[in-house]
Write a protein that binds this ligand. Structure first.
Ligand code: PLP
Length: 346
């Protein structure tokens, strides 16, 4: 497939965190017990059987990662091997056939290379979001796993998450909603988890919050995570983050823990009761989209308690330092001492 070269007419610094059509996506189908060749497509749609298991029984898993054009002009993907490992776990969780990790990374590189003209320039602060997904495609009405799967990988340029600067937002606790069950699908990146959290999330937005802070579904005693992001807090010299089997293990969180340790902080991964929010100095959500999004206040709606964390409404110094450090590594401004950045040779 031919690469296109002309620069698209895009105002790079002002694109939304949305979807912009690019030139190509790549696909790989699993049929008759094996993965086929990787196919390049310029279509934005899929032709799916009306009885496909993904449509009825939710056999759908996905990933999210970003590629960055660095200060040196090179394009690098952040830790794609970790996404490859995680989607294998998600596939096993839903009884789907996992795509081999090497194939996953190859597909990621192909999408970046084929759509190079859509990878935003370094100066814009924008990046190229990569969205891998896998669906069960076998036509089946009885509840059973599919025999056939389709893996799709597309990309789209995305703007800076904080176009007006890194600003804290408020989140809310509602005990009447759960996003996932203990021993359920919470630790996998499954579309259904998002669907199950939408009523709570849309209510939070209507009520003026940026997200729901879900509690552990079994006892409602501890903080789990936000619908699409992990939670962490800074308490004195500690980086604390919840330990729970309902949480999606965030690659951003894992990376920030490493940075925190290197900054001399102690990392504690343990259950965190909401009451402890009175004692924390900073709190944030973290994930690929925003990297870190500081939390100014957690409102416990069932007890009518406001945990005000950022009294001055500004992001805390430790969260800011970790955020800046990770962004600098991603854009190639700081040495990649951990080997996180996967260069895409053009
Ligand atoms: C994707 C996701 C995250 C963030 O993970 P990253 O690897 O950091 O992007 C957190 N929680 C949930 C539920 C997610 O789906």
């Amino acid at each position: 497939m031919k690469k296109r070269h002309e620069s698209p007419d895009i105002d790079w610094a002002h694109i939304p965190f949305g979807y912009i059509k690019t030139d190509y996506n790549v696909r790989c189908a699993y049929t008759n017990g094996e993965w086929g060749e990787i196919a390049v497509s310029d279509s934005e749609t899929v032709d799916l059987h009306i009885a496909a298991t993904s449509l009825h029984y939710g056999q759908e898993i996905f990933e999210g990662q970003k590629a960055f054009r660095g200060v040196d002009g090179k394009i690098r993907i952040f830790r794609p091997e970790e996404n490859a490992k995680r989607i294998i776990e998600s596939a096993k969780g839903l009884n789907m056939v996992p795509l081999p990790a090497e194939r996953f990374v190859e597909m990621m590189e192909m999408v970046v290379r084929l759509n190079e003209r859509f990878v935003p320039p370094y100066e814009s602060g924008s990046s190229f979001y990569l969205r891998p997904l896998e669906i069960g495609t076998t036509a089946r009405v009885g509840v059973r796993a599919a025999d056939d799967y389709l893996f799709i990988l597309f990309g789209t340029p995305v703007g800076p998450y904080f176009p007006d600067g890194f600003k804290p937002t408020k989140v809310v606790i509602y005990r009447e909603y759960d996003r996932a069950a203990p021993c359920g699908t919470g630790r996998w990146k499954v579309g259904g988890n998002y669907a199950g959290g939408l009523v709570a999330t849309m209510r939070a937005k209507r009520e003026g919050y940026s997200a729901v802070l879900f509690l552990d579904p079994k006892e409602k005693k501890y903080i789990d995570e936000c619908g699409a992001a992990n939670f962490f807090a800074i308490k004195g010299n500690k980086y604390i983050t919840p330990k729970s089997n309902c949480i999606l293990p965030s690659i951003t969180n894992m990376s920030m823990q490493q940075i925190a340790r290197d900054m001399g902080l102690e990392v504690e991964c343990r259950p965190i009761p909401p009451k402890e929010l009175r004692e924390v100095d900073e709190a944030a959500e973290c994930g690929t989209a925003a990297v870190a999004s500081p939390i100014s206040e957690v409102y416990d709606s069932d007890n009518d308690v406001h945990y005000v964390i950022a009294k001055d409404g500004k992001p805390g110094p430790v969260t800011t330092a970790i955020y800046e450090k990770l962004r600098a590594i991603q854009y190639g401004r700081e040495p990649d001492v951990y080997g996180w950045m996967h260069e895409v040779k053009l």
